[in-house]
Design a protein around this ligand. Sequence first.
Ligand code: ZN
Length: 502
Amino acid sequence: MSECLLELETRLKRLSRLGEIAALVSWDQNTYMPPGAAESRAEQSSTLSQFRHELFTADETGSLLEKSDSETAGMAEDSDERRMISILRHDFDRATKLPTKLVAELSHHSSLSQETWINARKANDFASFAPALEKMFDLKRQVAECYGYEEHIYDALLDDFERGARQSEIKTQFEALKPTLITLAAAIRDSSNPVDSSFIQGSFSIDKQRDLTLDVVKALGYDLNRGRQDVAAHPFCTSFSRDDVRITTRFDENYIGQSLYASLHEAGHALYEQGLPVEHQQTALGGSASLGVHESQSRLWENQVGRSRAFCSYLYPTLKQRFPEAFSQHDSEAFYRAVNHVSPSLIRVEADEVTYNLHIMLRFELECELLTDKLAISDLPEAWNAKMRSYLGITPPDDASGVLQDVHWACGLVGYFPTYSLGNLLSAQIWNSAKKALPELDEQIKSGQFSPLLNWLRENVHQYGSKYTPGELIKLATGEPLDSRHYTEYLTRKFSDIYSLA
Ligand code: ZN
């Protein structure tokens, strides 16, 4: 390896360690931090992020990058060295393109706007949030112009979350998916074979739920020697290194699905993090490919595995033994149907597999229109409600359960929502490839053998870290580019069976 590249790597390892410390600080904030510490914690976090930004954007990083670039110019474009430089060049250019004044303004406005959003949601008062949202979209437009883009202003922002993705590609995938979802949701609503999910609501001891979720994630292959599970209001997974990957879940004493599927989802993220390439730790190749790919791993374990007939059959005897009052009168088929109950709902995070992506499409379409001034902020609530009616057949009774429900836009996460749906689409495509390679997969899951699937994912997805763009990775793992057909077929097959649709 070239001398400059080695020096650059050493610099980036320090940066990466600082990032890990920032993640630890944020994990603590979301789990155990006493509420009185909020202000000093915000300052600690911002000091860390400022320090990281300065270290990364320093002239020395730029000159090391340039020297490494010319020293490795003769190597194959696909070599680790060239890939590493290309990722760093991309990140460095973006980080140095924003004027310091804009970065500061954005960070300042982001905390203010979140504060305003919290109060507006509480008071169900969109008008009081509108000026802050207006300013946020102004700032994001400025950011996008600084970054630059070829096709659509949205691309410049999307790239922060999904390297190389384009608004036009997402639009194409979504347009292909939307009619199937709307038709399927309507057919399920009119089905003559409705699902009874009442028995998974009842009384479930939280201690027992804690034991159950831990046993389940351990069985999947989540290494608790390099991880742990805690409780958070909004479950998440975070990583301080590939040897300390933590998940959180939340418990509802009256509903067992809450903790079970939150844990399965976050464990899916964690399995990916624990499987990242050990030889590229703390380098530009050692991370995940993108948010969409990350979400594909959580969704795959949560849905394709966790909401499958095979998994329900595997888990049911344990459920029956640990919660006999709730489960002794039922069977695994009833449980399978119950955890796949579909019903259009107002709130995205509570949505089922069929309707979830309609919530995302609505947000994606609206943020594109807001960015390009095709929609005024003052008309946003009505536009939101009109799409809810047209896609899901329901109208939010108020803005708190409509346009004010998500924090994303308030903190400046514009271009983030599609990664959730990309994750769903990718999960079905990756699942199909895994099934082809593992013909016994259903039987294996039924008998609690998850390692063949995990090993396949390790080999075909995890081991590549961030070397490839999401587009390249999906081709490598599945042999074809992203195609929403895998997802529509998966949903149609599964729910036509459950709801006896013609
Ligand atoms: Zn997730």
